[in-house]
Design a protein. Structure first.
Length: 480
């Protein structure tokens, strides 16, 4: 933490023979003095009220909250078990409770709450943002210039590349994120949120793969330009899932609403659209519309994301295909070969709808897209005007601040039936939703179904955004 002296305790009390720590109130005073901060600023770092700090420093408050003591231990850099004797922590049967087990249990309960309630949590937290940042009637936010005036064909979007590492101001290791990182040992928390997920609640798919990091974005005159660099997938989760976890923890307290005081890590991030505040690593979320030209109608599929298999948007309905914008492997040739929005969409379509094995980097050569039958057939159909793909804009999930590039893929029914006749009912991430019984071609793209999904069903924010934006521009999409 900027301005924090890591050796403050040594300045206050040199090592004693019996290693006895001073009273907690004295340690907090010494910490404030060494770092020149107020009681209010210290309270914010410990996620408590200023009056609570005052009572501790005056010695009139006995601390019995294991999780709070764990936060203090992390902040002061002292072993958690050494704080118990100084604060009269009650021991039952002559033994202290296991602080690690208690911390991890609380973390797991909160993560379960997060995964079960992502849709309602997103709806609650989006109200904290100004109306001009909200995306229509869904829990997404978008910065100025993040949404084009109307859908832009992917062929009219230029991608630029920046070599070398790009620094971030916030990476999830900050004290403000401590409440989202449980203890891994007495007095020592997991250093990142993904570390806690890996060891406490690992889903089936959880790989720290190279990912394309968005560094800049522009729309003008019906065209777009996106600039990218390289990062890792966990760089995204260490911030986005911690932000979501923090929100879930605040709502579990039974509050009727949220305030910025409840969310110190979100507040630390500041501008959610700042490309250098954190690693902005987008997914590409695609609404695929099966178009019947002769009727001017369309249908679409959904995807239910299984919480046992995925780490994000779990337990929700989403559009399909959807996936992180990332190369298919760590090989340097794939970094450039896969740096293409359309190629990423086709890979996800193949994996999620046709059940083909996910590209895992085990190949010794890049994907030959031009020789791939599915890709070649889709490209031919694009040339004939039977397949169109548009970008609807870029936005953030209000709950996690995770970024998504929203797209719409329109496929004529004859092409769809020829290439996608064998859509799987389940894949490595969840279950395909076709609609009512007998609707083999998907859910009708109607006002009734759109409103039902956006208002009554647990939808992932990016998928809801794609459906909402596509419905708004349905005349353009279905007539192209």
């Amino acid at each position: 933490m900027a301005g924090t002296d890591p050796n403050w305790l040594a300045h206050h009390a040199s090592a004693e023979v019996e290693r006895t720590l001073p009273p907690l109130g004295e340690m907090l005073k010494a910490y404030r003095s060494a770092n020149e901060i107020t009681q209010g600023e210290l309270a914010a770092r410990l996620l408590i009220d200023q009056t609570y700090v005052s009572k501790i420093e005056r010695g009139v408050r006995t601390i019995r909250d294991v999780d709070f003591l764990a936060r203090v231990a992390e902040l002061l850099g002292v072993p958690l078990n050494e704080l118990y004797p100084t604060n009269g922590h009650p021991a039952q049967g002559g033994t202290s409770p296991d602080p690690v087990a208690a911390s991890q249990r609380r973390w797991l309960e909160t993560r379960r709450h997060l995964n079960r309630n992502r849709a309602s949590l997103a709806a609650a937290v989006v109200t904290m943002y100004p109306m001009d940042l909200r995306v229509r009637d869904v829990p997404l936010i978008a910065g100025k210039g993040w949404l084009p005036d109307e859908p832009v064909p992917l062929t009219d979007i230029a991608l630029k590349w920046v070599d070398g590492p790009q620094r971030v101001a916030v990476d999830g290791s900050e004290p403000e994120a401590f409440a989202a990182r449980p203890l891994r040992a007495p007095g020592s928390a997991h250093d990142r949120y993904t570390s806690a997920v890996r060891y406490i609640d690992p889903p089936t798919l959880f790989e720290n793969r190279p990912s394309y990091r968005l560094l800049d974005l522009h729309w003008a005159n019906g065209r777009g330009e996106m600039t990218f660099g390289l990062a890792n997938y966990f760089d995204k989760l260490d911030v986005s899932e911690a932000v979501g976890h923090e929100t879930a923890a605040a709502m579990m307290k039974g509050q009727t609403g949220l305030s910025w005081e409840d969310l110190p890590f979100r507040a630390l991030i500041g501008d959610p659209f700042g490309f250098h505040r954190r690693a902005v690593i987008p997914a590409i979320t695609t609404l695929m519309l099966r178009r019947r030209r002769t009727h001017g109608t369309a249908t679409f599929l959904l995807h239910w994301r299984d919480p046992a298999k995925v780490a994000t948007a779990s337990g929700l309905y989403d559009v399909i295909p959807a996936g992180e914008f990332q190369p298919s492997s760590m090989a340097p040739w794939d970094l450039s070969n896969d740096f293409d929005l359309w190629r990423n969409i086709v890979r996800e379509l193949s994996e999620e709808l046709l059940g083909t094995p996910e590209h895992d980097g085990s190949r010794s050569a890049p994907i030959d897209y031009e020789a791939w039958p599915l890709y070649r057939a889709l490209e031919r159909a694009r040339g004939e005007g039977k397949v169109s793909v548009y970008c609807l804009g870029v936005a953030l999930d209000a709950l996690t601040l995770a970024t998504t590039i929203m797209t719409a893929l329109v496929i004529d029914d004859d092409v769809f039936d020829d290439l996608l006749a064998d859509v799987v009912t389940a894949n490595s991430e969840g279950v395909t939703v076709f609609g009512e019984a007998g609707q083999q071609h998907g859910i009708p793209f109607t006002d009734q179904n759109v409103n039902r999904l956006l208002r009554s069903e647990p939808m992932a924010s990016p998928g809801a955004g794609c459906i909402s934006m596509a419905w708004r521009y349905r005349a353009l999409l279905l007539s192209s």
